[in-house]
Design a protein around this ligand. Structure first.
Ligand SMILES: NC(=O)c1ccc[n+]([C@@H]2O[C@H](COP(=O)([O-])OP(=O)(O)OC[C@H]3O[C@@H](n4cnc5c(N)ncnc54)[C@H](OP(=O)(O)O)[C@@H]3O)[C@@H](O)[C@H]2O)c1
Length: 279
């Protein structure tokens, strides 16, 4: 079923009915303090309603502060955080969640993810996420950087299926089989490094499409994500980028153009391989 794309505040339903805004702000490498606070405030002011952080980004306190100071009602903002690799396991994940919530100063989190599939641990980590979900402390739970074989190990033992899988996704790493597998299991695909960590400008095809539509290469890729049904979280700490990255609702890529971008796939990662993830 095609997913409807309307405007910056638009949402898609997750498997449990919770609505996820399909466009969010990523804050990896946004410094804790003034930088992240300002970036999140600019994003909320521009109409973003989804912020993606993680314990390991060490900026959860700033994210929470910005939301409180923004004047946007808490319930209108979708906040994601993630349990880091060293904290995985049942009890340690529960403690890590409490610490994230202490820093964010939130009562309920919108989405909590397992950051990477730590072998031998991610199943216990998942049980902890299921408990947090059952206790009403988080509205949706999911994973990140899980390849099909990780999901095949998790799904048979999961009482609650992951609602999201957040993965590296851009024209050099399209992984159509993994996308299809997630779709089949009603797991929302979410893109990290959607702007290729800045390398977006090196893509001739993307530059050509940008020129054709009078948009920026970053806007073309954000639009490609959304038309592919992928939730996307471009990162920026610059106000002009934050505003322009979300200005993608006045043009539409054709089916051929979407396929043309897909065809740039090189199976090439910019970040770590999930089978050899950061320790
Ligand atoms: N789950 C995971 O393992 C994982 C891993 C990596 C990332 N993530 C999440 O995904 C988010 C996005 O990924 P990312 O941060 O790796 O990379 P990205 O969004 O692909 O690219 C961010 C880079 O592009 C620049 N940029 C942003 N907008 C631009 C524009 N319009 N024109 C030119 N340059 C622009 C940013 O610089 P400025 O800030 O100077 O604009 C920054 O250097 C992260 O912030 C994080 O929330 C998750």
């Amino acid at each position: 079923m095609e997913k409807k794309i309307t405007d910056i505040g638009g949402t898609w339903p997750l498997a449990n009915g919770v609505q996820i805004p399909y466009l969010g702000l990523g804050v990896w490498q946004a410094d804790e303090g003034a930088e992240v606070v300002q970036a999140v405030k600019w994003a909320l002011e521009a109409g973003y309603r989804h912020i993606d952080t993680a314990a390991v980004y060490k900026n959860e306190a700033g994210v929470g502060q910005a939301i409180r100071e923004s004047g946007v009602p808490r319930e209108e903002v979708f906040v994601t955080s993630k349990v880091w690799n060293t904290e995985q396991g049942y009890d340690s994940t529960l403690r890590a969640f409490d610490e994230s919530m202490r820093l964010l100063e939130l009562d309920v989190l919108d989405l909590y993810l397992i950051h990477w599939p730590v072998p031998g641990k991610f199943r216990d980590t998942w049980r902890a996420l299921e408990k947090l979900y059952a206790d009403g402390r988080v509205r949706a739970i999911g994973v990140s950087n899980f390849l099909q074989h990780h999901l095949e190990e998790l799904l048979p033992v999961a009482k609650v299926k992951p609602m999201v899988n957040q993965l590296e996704f851009h024209p050099w790493l399209v992984q159509p089989e993994l996308q299809a597998y997630c779709r089949q299991h009603d797991i929302q695909y979410q893109a990290w490094s959607p702007l290729m960590q800045g390398k977006v400008f090196e893509q001739d095809v993307v530059n050509e499409l940008a020129a054709k539509y009078g948009k920026s290469p970053a806007q073309v890729l954000v639009r490609w994500d959304l038309q592919r049904g992928v939730v996307t979280i471009p990162k920026s700490v610059k106000q002009n980028h934050i505003i322009s990255n979300a200005d993608v609702f006045d043009f539409e890529l054709s089916a051929d153009e979407l396929a043309y971008i897909d065809s740039l796939d090189r199976h090439q990662r910019l970040g770590p391989d999930p089978d050899v993830f950061p320790k």
